[in-house]
Design a protein around this ligand. Structure first.
Ligand SMILES: Nc1ncnc2c1ncn2[C@@H]1O[C@H](COP(=O)(O)OP(=O)(O)O)[C@@H](O)[C@H]1O
Ligand SMILES: [Mg+2]
Length: 259
């Protein structure tokens, strides 16, 4: 796959029909929350979440936050090459325990980007209201909040998907990736108050999925399809080359979320 391609969704609802439902008072006027969710293990969710947030932070006068839902992967911290002591679930747990949060809630990654991601840690159950408060505060303080949900399975990722204004479903653009993605997507019904994007990223390790198959997958979600070319591993190389290579897809993604 060379270069990124954006494919418009077919039969997409007009903008008004897809407008988010009125938000509760605590989140009204809050900025967008983009949930990035993998549709199989190693789909590329952490890579995309970091690149999208870094790309979005290039413009605008308010910072962009990228966070993850914690747990043993530590994937976002590896992509960002920074880690904070308290992940999103641990910040929520501190709130629930009435502990002072203090400083260091996120790392300043430069260029208007903040990162809330920790090194691999044991999973943690979080009180829903405390998690809602962290997410609400994050949205209130940032032009865009991006949350890497990994393959959504736990309560926190379900909660992020519940309040997200946008969801980017990520899959490897392989035959196997597309087949697995279709089965996983059956668990998550599309919702009229949440825009979706389907992001298929190049994967040299498998047989490439025909573009028609990926288009069909996106059309079933009434979502645009974004094709992301091969990018270097962010855990191994600084993100500059990846940002350049994926620039076209990132432009389309960020435009969709921030428009
Ligand atoms: N666009 C891409 N091109 C090539 N490799 C990619 C791409 N996106 C992700 N990868 C690779 O796939 C692997 C898994 O990526 P990661 O973002 O950690 O996935 P996830 O968070 O879904 O588990 C990593 O080795 C990463 O470098
Ligand atoms: Mg990950």
């Amino acid at each position: 796959m060379s270069g990124a391609t954006t494919v418009a969704p077919e039969g997409r609802a007009p903008a008004d029909a897809a407008a988010p439902a009125p938000a509760p008072a605590s989140t009204r006027a809050a900025a967008p929350l983009l949930a990035v969710a993998g549709l199989c293990g190693g789909a590329g969710a952490s890579t995309l979440a970091f690149l999208a947030a870094r790309h979005a932070a290039r413009e605008g006068d308010r910072p962009v936050l990228v966070a993850d839902t914690g747990g043993p992967s530590g994937g976002l911290a590896a992509c960002a090459r920074v880690a904070v002591a308290r992940s999103l679930p641990r910040a929520a747990a501190a709130i629930a325990a009435h502990e002072p949060l203090g400083a260091g809630l996120f790392a300043e990654a430069g260029g208007g980007l903040r990162v809330m991601a920790s090194a691999p840690e044991p999973p943690l159950d979080v009180a829903a209201d405390a998690a809602a408060r962290v997410l609400g505060d994050a949205r209130g303080a940032h032009r865009l909040t991006v949350v890497d949900c990994g393959v959504p399975g736990g309560a926190l990722s379900a909660q992020v998907l519940e309040v997200a204004t946008h969801v980017a479903w990520v899959l490897p653009a392989t035959l196997g990736g597309a087949r697995r993605a279709r089965r996983t997507l059956e668990l998550f019904a599309p919702r009229p108050d949440r825009r979706e994007l389907v992001v298929a990223r190049h994967d040299a390790a498998g047989a490439t999925a025909p573009t028609a198959m990926l288009k069909e997958l996106a059309a079933e979600r009434r979502a645009p399809l974004l094709l992301v070319p091969h990018v270097p591993d962010l855990a191994e190389q600084p993100p500059d080359a990846a940002l350049e290579l994926a620039g076209e897809a990132l432009d389309a993604l960020v435009a969709e979320v921030l428009r």
